[in-house]
Design a protein around this ligand. Structure first.
Ligand code: 6PG
Length: 261
């Protein structure tokens, strides 16, 4: 993982930058198999999907999955699948069988988790995550036993945010992904972005800490408390090389441990 921190002007620019990064990754996908993308819930991801739907993307290559799901029917307002369907699936032509949803509506939640685990690709080409103000990511909540999971790849959990019953991928799935994008926007995320990227915390205290080496797309407000502290926490971080991160969008700056990227 690149450990890049890409700072955009506002939430709309974060969503656009992320959509363009996904489109670029899909266009550059060289393997013969499908491109496996894991989606998440949240408002910045939703806007990312809407913007992605309007881009020039080789849609037949794309297989979409979910990093987590609320245990509700697929047409419920709380369903991550319902959100992604409205924002993306209904607007583009994906290959038959390319949408892999978690069956959060099943009464036997453990069976639903095991069913998804059997289907899951060995590793994702790209996973997209948001971060909650408490530091949760996917449905890995602070203090949850799922954070200790080493063998199961999808589990049923009870979170501390409604709706509480959820299905989620586990840390080994995050660790195996080829590329992970984390989106965080707004001043209310400033403290948790700092905790995840800079502070000396455990994943149990702040699950988003697991994604410290991922590629973070943040807006200036969410990066406010992290500004100037990243280099110290990341060791050899080099700074400020504004570059286009997609087919036209330019971030305010890009902090990367690998300035050659
Ligand atoms: C959930 C949410 C959550 C979300 C973050 C960030 O199921 O609890 O979907 O995981 O991704 O809270 O959300 P925003 O992008 O809306 O800030």
């Amino acid at each position: 993982m690149s450990g890049a921190r890409i700072v955009w002007s506002d939430a709309e620019a974060v969503a656009r930058g992320a959509a363009e990064a996904i489109a670029l990754a899909l266009r550059g996908h060289s393997s013969e198999g499908p491109f496996h993308l894991a989606l998440s819930g949240g408002s910045t991801p939703r806007r990312t999907y809407e913007l992605l739907a309007a881009l020039d993307v080789p849609w037949p290559l794309l297989h979409v999955w979910f990093g987590d799901e609320r245990c509700v029917p697929p047409d419920d307002a709380d369903s991550n699948f319902a959100m992604a369907r409205a924002a993306l699936f209904d607007r583009v032509k994906l290959a038959p069988g390319a949408i892999h949803r978690m069956r959060g509506e099943l009464a036997d939640r453990d069976a639903a988790a095991r069913e998804y685990e059997r289907e899951l690709p060995r590793r994702f080409d790209l996973m997209l995550f948001g971060v909650g103000p408490d530091g949760h990511t996917a449905s890995l909540f602070p203090g949850a036993p799922s954070l200790e999971e080493k063998s199961r790849r999808v589990v049923a959990v009870v979170g501390n945010k409604p709706p509480p019953n959820r299905l989620t991928v586990t840390p080994p799935v995050l660790a195996a992904a080829r590329r992970v994008l984390v989106l965080a926007t707004g001043a209310e995320k400033a403290a948790i972005v700092r905790r995840a990227l800079v502070d000396d915390v455990t994943a149990a205290q702040c699950p988003a800490r697991l994604l410290r080496d991922a590629e973070w797309h943040v807006d200036a407000a969410a990066f406010r408390e992290t500004e100037g502290k990243v280099a110290a926490s990341a060791g050899d971080e080099k700074s400020a090389r504004p570059t286009p991160d997609g087919a036209g969008a330019s971030p305010l700056r890009r902090l990367s441990r690998d300035p050659g990227r």
